[in-house]
Write a protein that binds this ligand. Sequence first.
Ligand code: UGA
Length: 441
Amino acid sequence: MSVICVIGTGYVGLVTGTCLADLGNTVTCVDIVQEKIDRLNKGILPIYEPGLEEMVERNVEAGRLRFTTSYPDGLENSEFIFIAVNTPTGNNQGGADMRYVESAARSIAENLDHYAIVINKSTVPVGSGDVVSRVISNNLKSSNASFSVVSNPEFLREGAALLDFQNPDRIVLGSSEPEAAHKVARLYLQLRAPFVITDLYTAEMIKYASNAFLATKISFINEMAQICERLGADVKQVALGMGYDKRIGHAFLDAGLGYGGSCFPKDVRALAHMADEAGLHPQMLRAVMDINHDQRRLVVSKLTNMLGSLRGTTIGILGLAFKPNTDDMREAPAVDIIHWVTSQGATVRVYDPVATKTGREALERENVNLNDVAFCKTPYEVAENVDALIIVTDWNEFKSLNMQKIRGSMRRPILIDGRNVYEPSEMNRYGFIYRGMGRAT
Ligand code: UGA
């Protein structure tokens, strides 16, 4: 078993550190934000992820997992140092902001006093492994310190992160020193996943290409949804029929409001930016982003087509989080939709099983007037006297609602199913005027 330091206790760092501890390693998580560490030491997690709280508690109790703000403490005896800090979109037309990665690399250099393998988990622009290497080399203080750099991109989905860590489809490791990559591979041997061992640049690119491909699948099916709607076909059945072809597969063919979250939007933007910088014109990536943006607008157009002016109307919103099983509001379609409908004079009633606090904060950040937003305790409360109801997030809870009751309390029976949760024919039977995404009505 190994001694590991994980830098950054955000989503990726906390899941990676905790799961590595659960495999039997001794893990210290370092974060520069004192308040975050204080809360973690009290067992309060900065994110909502099913199963994580229990896993943190179990490993802290077993003495395998601890949290600190001190780099010297975190790096002591560590054989592996994971960098898992965030790389938000910078202000340079979509490129990733490397500020946090670089400062983590500097702090490692200033405190390292032995040989360690530095592993980049953050999604970083192709070539960043070299930057990390250079920053560490230029700032090393101890003459006993030396290091190798390995890129090990993560493929964790929010809401299913523990499962994804424990059952990976593949482990990607990139380095100019294959021996270092093989040492990191040993950390994951128990997981019995295939390894793809490459150079640094290729490993970094695999992460972007994977996310961009999945985003492309989503935008593809959303474009098909628009065509289906016009031509009278049903996109759900089209996706089903396509998905049985093994070369296509069923995953990521759910038409709806498009992708959100902290990864796809940022990574597609960053990859397009890298291509631009390299003098290319990544037309498909641009189309993927445009279609994704249009899906949100489409819902509001459906609403105005049916209601005419939105002034003075009340719209019910089911779901705030960008997807189910998370309270993450980053790039969530709900924020844009609420922003657009309230700026057209509507008020909204909203409910999310988990993302109420984060939802409120996200709406505030987007300057939505919170006087126009009623936060409700149940979906049924949302439906009271609304002129239309929009399903924005496909939480399981929304798949088995008493639709008769919902229909009964609405002022007008307009149901816009942004995630194709319900069957049009069934909803029509309840008396709804139903609009799905790419579905014949
Ligand atoms: C995604 C990838 O799935 C992970 O493999 C990757 O590690 C992660 O980004 C990352 O780069 O860190 P995540 O953002 O948590 O994970 O969410 P997904 O479950 O992939 O969903 C992304 C978005 O696509 C959601 O907004 C979801 O509603 C949407 N989506 C997904 C669709 O609209 N249709 C689909 O068929 C599937």
